[in-house]
Design a protein around this ligand. Structure first.
Ligand code: CO
Length: 162
């Protein structure tokens, strides 16, 4: 079980570095992230959220196998945008509707360093967009208008102090 870093921790704001080594340590980390994500009842978890400033994340939707994305690149996005409610294990209890493209094509490496291409829409696309943002130090609340973001952060910090 890994610690999940929360809002205010610098690692969540850094641009993560590409993965260069595909070894057993990487596989172990990916597996630990899946366990950590399950315990936290999440469907996606990015390496910076467990304090690792590297470009990879895990995703697992209900009744599906876990997916590993290493050094991902979103290579195309649909012009259609949709609003969908998001939350984040690094900002527990905060939810907001965020507008993003409804579909994407992502290219990434798997845990063995093999390249794959995936077309996703719906919830899967949404999670990939969200997790991929973590690799660039971007959180979903950054996409809200400043007044709404400020209010949500104030409520969150008040809850955390209580
Ligand atoms: Co998140």
């Amino acid at each position: 079980m890994l610690d999940i870093y929360t809002l205010g921790e610098q690692v969540l704001r850094n641009k993560a570095e590409p993965v260069l080594k595909f070894d057993s340590k990487l596989v172990e980390t990916l597996e630990s992230m899946v366990v950590t994500m399950h315990r936290a009842r999440g469907i996606g978890l990015a390496a910076p959220q467990v304090g690792i400033s590297q470009r990879f994340f895990v995703v697992q939707l209900e009744n599906e196998k876990p997916l590993y994305f290493i050094n991902p690149e979103i290579i195309s996005t649909s012009s259609e945008k949709i609003l969908y409610e998001e939350g984040c294990l690094s900002i527990p209890g905060v939810y907001a509707e965020i507008e993003r493209s409804s579909a994407l094509v992502v290219q990434a490496l798997n845990e063995k360093g093999k390249r794959f291409t995936l077309e996703a829409s719906g919830l899967l696309a949404r999670v990939i967009f969200h997790e991929n943002d973590h690799l660039d130090g971007v959180l979903f609340i950054d996409k809200l208008i400043p007044s709404v973001r400020k209010k949500l952060i104030e409520q969150y910090e008040k809850r955390m102090r209580a």
